[in-house]
Design a protein around this ligand. Structure first.
Ligand code: ADP
Length: 345
């Protein structure tokens, strides 16, 4: 774990391995294959010649040469012939072989283009389903941490995902809140200024109020609320979820989860401060209803903003019980928002 979707040119990525959607000859071609050979330089072709081609559904590894990636894993996807010629099995096999080879070569990160979804004609939506399901099942069984990226290229990304019909209305319904929050900010600015002036004229009084407040604060701090980490661990127990499936369902890595676990419980000596993205990821993974999701976020010091697109989309997903993190990320990605989860490397 984890799995991310990104929009980029795969040849720019500084990962351990990028995957090439090659042809059986492995001697270069158009599309992503052409881009990779151009960026890697002629030594890549020299090494490819020694490999003597590759079967459809299989994969072979070379060095990355001038690419920022250390390795290129060349795989040959099936040509789409209507869907009844074993295309799906062959495409699954491409992803599995590439992932196996990445692990055998101790890669911590690997990036895939949408194999077969270009010139080879595999329908985009179906190609994405095979990609995410195959990668997710591989990662579920994997002990080590591996960051996997699905890389979409260029502007046309819509065909890869199912549209989320209700979301536009939900976003539009939040737009008045966006204007309200702008108004509130300017009002808050004015109030702040007025308060400053008031305190300047009666500083003795203000110091008295401050010291009273500080002693109240001392009392509050003596009985702190349940922490974010403790709530996550309590919810895991209550839901009967297994810990590994939980952090995988949150699209976060093992290290982050170990921190959460070690900071939970009665004798908390350390505190763990998650990012807002991690806090939201756990609300999704734990399938919390909206009120409990808000509570979890609050414990980490956050709230769903009504003027931030990411927050509105995550709130929409929780309200509509969309708890598959990859689906949430697909939606965020479609709306050009950062996806949820945390990388290992
Ligand atoms: P195939 O022959 O397997 O269909 P293509 O290279 O034609 O392979 O296309 C596979 C996918 O790679 C397509 O979705 C295409 O848009 C994408 N692609 C093309 N160039 C790049 C690139 N530089 N980085 C990432 N993806 C790319």
């Amino acid at each position: 774990m984890p799995l991310f979707i990104i929009n980029d040119d795969i040849t720019n990525l500084k990962v351990d391995a990028i995957v090439n959607a090659a042809n059986n000859s492995l001697l270069g071609g158009g599309g992503v294959d052409g881009c990779i050979h151009r960026a890697a330089g002629p030594d890549l072709l020299k090494e490819c010649i020694t490999l003597r081609g590759c079967e459809t559904g299989d994969a072979k590894i070379t060095k990355g040469y001038k690419l920022p990636a250390k390795y290129v894993i060349h795989t040959v996807g099936p040509i789409w012939r209507g869907g009844r010629k074993g295309e799906e099995e062959l495409l699954k096999s491409c992803y599995n072989r590439c992932l196996q080879i990445a692990v055998e070569n101790k890669c911590g990160s690997v990036a895939f283009p949408m194999i077969s979804a270009g010139v080879y004609g595999y329908p985009k939506y179906e190609a994405m389903q095979v990609a995410k399901n195959t990668i997710n099942s591989f990662l579920e069984k994997l002990e080590d941490d591996l960051d996997v990226y699905i890389v979409l290229f260029g502007r046309d990304i819509s065909g890869f995902f199912e549209p989320e019909d209700g979301l536009n209305d939900f976003l539009n319904s939040r737009i008045p809140d966006l204007f309200d929050s702008i108004k509130m900010c300017s009002i808050a600015g004015m109030v702040g200024e007025a308060t400053n002036r008031l305190f300047k004229t009666s500083s003795k009084e203000s110091r008295k109020i401050c010291s009273e407040r500080m002693s109240d604060l001392g009392d509050i701090l003596k009985q702190p609320d349940e922490s974010f980490s403790s709530m996550v661990m309590r919810k895991i127990k209550e839901s009967g979820l297994n810990e590994v499936s939980c952090y995988k369902a949150a699209n976060v890595n093992k290290q982050i989860f170990s921190k959460i676990r070690s900071c939970a419980g009665e004798d908390e000596t350390e505190t763990y401060q998650p990012t807002k993205s991690t806090a939201m990821s756990f609300a999704i993974a734990l399938k919390l209803p909206l009120d409990e999701s808000k509570e979890l976020l609050r414990k980490a010091g956050y709230a769903f903003s009504r003027s931030d697109k990411t927050d509105i989309i995550v709130e929409y997903c929780i309200t509509n019980r969309i708890y598959d993190i990859f689906r949430v990320n697909e939606i965020l990605f479609t709306y050009e928002q950062p996806v949820l989860g945390s990388k290992c490397h």
